[in-house]
Design a protein. Structure first.
Length: 203
């Protein structure tokens, strides 16, 4: 797998590019419940329907959350855009089961070091309206290995209104603790999180 190689200087420079890009590309950013998260670390999860999702995460973290975030990213994409390593991206290769475990163990080590981790548990990028949603079990694995770390579900919804540029709706859901769903199996736990994404158009 490809590990992150985070650089504070690169983050600062990238933000000079990302902030105007976000503001230029969207008509509005509309949020519900998006606020500071004092707990550190946390495991962020989100639905994945656009290449914007990762960039929006970096933007929200830079402007609101201020966590030391690391993000799981497809190995192929990270090889193509290797500079994301300097923002905290690390790879996963879902074609190789052993490497999936290696990536999850790496995410586990980051959480245990006090760093927050971002996962897109659908595993791939899917159309926004695709139903039913299917989430992979990596979240459940990390909750079992790091039971003290809360999970923060984030919903993204892109829509067009009367403006030429799209609106981006962002909902930050209440934290879910391992204790709340400890009675569920590893296969059952992802179903809880898919419910958040099912409701991502309800703001």
């Amino acid at each position: 797998m490809i590990k992150a190689k985070k650089s504070t200087l690169f983050e600062m420079c990238f933000n000079l590019y990302l902030t105007p890009l976000i503001r230029f590309s969207f008509s509005r950013l509309l949020g519900q419940g998006v606020n500071v998260i004092p707990e550190k670390p946390v495991l962020f999860i989100a639905n994945h329907s656009s290449w914007w999702d990762g960039l929006v995460f970096f933007y929200l973290n830079r402007t609101i959350w201020h966590h030391d975030i690391h993000m799981m990213m497809h190995e192929e994409g990270l090889k193509k855009h290797s500079y994301f390593r300097y923002l905290g991206a690390f790879s996963i290769n879902r074609q190789k089961p052993k490497e999936i475990l290696t990536s999850l163990q790496y995410a586990e080590s980051l959480l245990k070091q006090g760093k927050s981790v971002v996962l897109f548990p659908q595993g791939d990028e899917f159309h926004l309206e695709k139903r039913p949603l299917a989430f992979q079990s990596g979240v459940a694995y990390l909750m079992e290995k790091c039971p003290e770390v809360p999970v923060i579900p984030i919903s993204f919804y892109y829509s067009f209104g009367h403006q030429q540029k799209p609106d981006l709706w962002i909902r930050q859901h209440a934290a879910v603790s391992n204790k709340e769903i400890a009675h569920m199996t590893r296969k059952e736990k992802p179903c809880i999180f898919s419910n958040f994404a099912h409701n991502n158009s309800t703001f």
